[in-house]
Design a binder for this molecule. Structure first.
Ligand SMILES: *Cc1c(COP(=O)(O)O)cnc(C)c1O
Length: 730
């Protein structure tokens, strides 16, 4: 289809008419008059070699320049439509924006170390061939590998000219299937390559396939055809597109010089067909990095019913470093548009975040400051204003239940995706109150697998990969015979290497018969009178070997040498001690995560701590001013008559102030008053501090649990210390 009604008065190219005819003849000796208007002629006569560039510009490159350009073309091929080439001003081509965007430069081979082949990670976010699914409700669908002109600043440079062929229907069917099967997708963005290089029939097939998918509400076409091959926008093409409305077209003008009579006619055809038009500009050094050029561009666009949509910061793709500007340049351009010209003429300046983070809008700062009642703003002229916020504004509290809301909007039953990111934090119907980076050691520790607590019969056990063992917490004595084989098979199932149990004397022999050995004994464990045996069964004999046995012996020796030499229990000045409450859990979790690199229980979670508070654990803390400096807990077993003093944690800055000893003394005194028969603890056997603290306070050594507990990044042996509380009072 050839267009005949060309605007007579507008220059069609930067060349006078006879010159572009001359140029066409130079490109193709059998050029005939009406072919300039035929897009297929342009596609089949794209300029792909330097010799033609030289011939058309009437220049001869130096041998050196030629060699470097040939090199570039081997890496990143060249293809320029005769129409687009005709826009170059041959008298000043080196600085010509059209020349710079289309003719290679040796600078393309200077890769900077930050450049990436696939800067936007489109390939990894691809769930189906041709599809990039990055945002919740829309996908990018690469439907063509072809481009009429290879932009030198192409972000998909890695693929340009790779497979310079149209994708077959079969190739596209997989992408269509994905869209069909993904009901969240309401907006499909056709991209490429250039979708408008598909044949009319192929494009119609694709649009019709998309149109019948019920959840696809909008189709978008991203194309540079109106810029580099406007002849492609034929009445027939437009007739096809308008059948599948709503179809939006986004084009890609970068410089006012690209807006010619021919491209204006193409835009008019599209706009007259009711197709909303947008434009995406890439900010390019030496092409449009100037507020005046940009203002002229956006004015020409809106004059032609094209809404400037995005201004892109140039991506860090390989071969683009010479095109990139500072971000400041982009902000300066936007500063020169907002307020200075029509609001709809100012595009949104975005950086497409490397690694698939998506587009991030960047704006000059208009919000200067704020108080609880006022917001301070500045306008484009530099006038600074106070905006008073309403004093009695009560926002509707959204529980996503429209019947309970007086806004006239019933969205109940609407298909909504879940809230994402900051919007999720802001909402008051989602529980999320923090976002966690994927690289976060502390959170990784949480995920490393805490022990689960399960019942076997009426007995209670705890087991997990973390400490690599089963721990019998509460034994229903009559179940011993069935329990032992059950524990054994659970261990086999999970590959655990140790079983561990606290049991009274009357079942001790049954456990011994099963292979358990006594690791520690507390004579007053049950009710202050009956002995309790801490017994271990090593399924892997190797687990018995303590690599640091010498150190462990020394810790004990030192601890014993200080036995009974209690220090003062007086709090240093400025410190206070009290029981922790639910309000303290965040501070407590913070101290625990600072002190322990890993722990058998999720004490890094405030919710976990507050749950244990309602069960059987009382926490005691020492504050320095407002800051929680140290804490510990008393885990109480009233039925058994014993209490475990544990979870001792002192922030590094507060060590050597005997805070742990003071906590221990306080807790012990209170527990004794409550009537517990014994208090005991398990201290990491390799740590001098805690073992000495217990020895000083008159605790007796009950034995050592070998390689028993996952704590601070490894399996540790634990020393058991106890003090019979009844005996002392009797
Ligand atoms: C740009 C882009 C979109 C569309 O984003 P909008 O902001 O809606 O224009 C969708 N998917 C991908 C992968 C994109 O890069």
């Amino acid at each position: 289809m050839v267009l005949t009604h060309i605007e007579e008065k507008m220059p069609q190219t930067s060349l006078p008419e006879h010159d572009y005819r001359l140029m066409a003849h130079k490109i193709s000796s059998d050029y005939s008059e009406e072919e300039w208007g035929n897009w297929k002629w342009h596609v089949s006569h794209t300029i792909k070699d330097l010799a033609t560039v030289e011939k058309l510009l009437g220049v001869k490159f130096s041998a050196e320049k030629r060699r470097s350009l040939e090199d570039t073309i081997r890496n990143f091929p060249m293809s320029i439509t005769p129409y687009y080439f005709s826009l170059i001003d041959p008298k000043n081509f080196e600085n010509d924006p059209v020349f710079i965007q289309s003719v290679p430069s040796a600078a393309e081979l200077n890769f900077s170390c930050h450049d990436k082949e696939d800067p936007l990670a489109e390939d990894v976010d691809s769930p189906a061939p041709g599809i990039t699914h990055r945002y919740p409700d829309r996908v990018l669908f690469h439907v063509s590998n072809r481009c009429a002109m290879y932009c030198r600043h192409c972000t998909r440079k890695r693929k340009v000219g790779d497979v310079d062929k149209t994708l077959s229907r079969d190739d596209l069917v997989k992408g269509l299937e994905y869209i069909k099967n993904t009901p969240q997708v309401r907006d499909v963005l056709l991209s490429g390559g250039d979708p408008l290089l598909l044949s009319d029939s192929m494009l119609e097939w694709l649009l019709s396939e998309l149109k019948v998918i019920p959840h696809v509400q909008v189709i978008r076409i991203g194309t540079r055809v109106p810029v580099v091959l406007p002849q492609r926008i034929t009445p027939h093409l437009v007739k096809i597109i308008k059948k599948y409305h709503p179809v939006w077209v986004n084009t890609h003008f970068n410089h006012p010089r690209e807006i010619t009579a021919t491209s204006i006619r193409a835009l008019r055809l599209l706009a007259d067909a009711g197709i909303p038009l947008g434009n995406q500009t890439v900010l390019l050094a030496k092409v449009n990095d100037c507020p005046r050029v940009m203002k002229a561009l956006v004015h020409k666009l809106v004059e032609n019913r094209v809404r400037p949509y995005y201004l892109y910061q140039c991506d860090p793709a390989q071969g683009l470093s010479h095109f990139r500007t500072s971000i400041g340049k982009g902000i300066e351009i936007i500063e020169n548009l907002i307020g200075h010209t029509s609001g709809f003429a100012a595009p949104t300046y975005v950086i497409d975040a490397p690694n698939g983070g998506g587009k991030i809008p960047i704006m000059p700062n208009y919000l200067i400051s704020q108080s609880s009642s006022k917001v301070i703003l500045r306008n484009y002229e530099g006038i600074i204003t106070a905006y008073y916020q309403p004093e009695d504004y009560h926002p509707p509290k959204c529980g996503q239940d429209c019947s309970a809301c007086n806004l006239e909007l019933d969205l109940n039953g609407a298909a909504e995706g879940s809230l994402v990111g900051i919007a999720r934090l802001l909402s008051n119907h989602e529980d999320t109150d923090y976002l966690v980076p994927t690289e976060c050691d502390r959170m990784d520790r949480r995920k490393s697998g805490y022990d689960q607590i399960v019942t076997l019969g009426t007995s209670l056990i705890q087991h997990g990969k973390n400490s690599d063992r089963i721990y019998l917490m509460r034994l229903a004595a009559e179940e011993t015979a069935t329990l032992l084989p059950e524990m054994q098979s659970l261990a086999a199932e999970n590959g655990y290497t140790k079983l561990f149990a606290k049991v009274p004397g009357d079942v001790k022999t049954l456990f011994e018969a099963d292979g358990f050995e006594t690791e520690a004994v507390i004579p007053c464990f049950y009710g202050g009178t009956k002995a309790g045996y801490f017994m271990g069964k090593f399924i892997d004999e190797g687990r018995k070997t303590e690599e640091n046995a010498e150190l462990l012996e020394d810790v004990l020796k030192v601890a014993h040498s200080k036995a009974g030499k209690a220090l003062s229990f007086k709090l240093p000045k400025g410190y206070t001690l009290r029981k922790c409450t639910a309000d303290d859990t965040a501070a407590m979790a913070e101290v625990f995560s600072t002190v322990f690199a890993s722990y058998p229980f999720p004490i890094y979670e405030p919710e976990y701590i507050s749950r244990t508070m309602t069960e059987s654990i009382t926490y005691y803390g020492i504050w320095h001013g407002q800051k929680l400096a140290a804490l510990a807990s008393a885990e109480q077993y009233p039925l058994e008559g014993h209490v475990e003093l544990t979870d001792f944690a002192t922030l590094p800055d507060y060590r050597r102030r005997k805070l742990a000893g003071i906590l221990l003394h306080t807790m012990e005194t209170e527990m004794k008053q409550k009537g517990f028969g014994v208090s005991y603890t398990s201290a990491v056997a390799e740590s001098y501090g805690m073992n000495i603290s217990f020895a000083r306070q008159g605790y007796e050594f009950a034995g050592r649990l070998k390689n028993n507990t996952q704590i601070n990044g490894g399996l540790k042996s634990m020393n058991i210390w106890y003090k019979c509380l009844k005996k002392q009072t009797e």
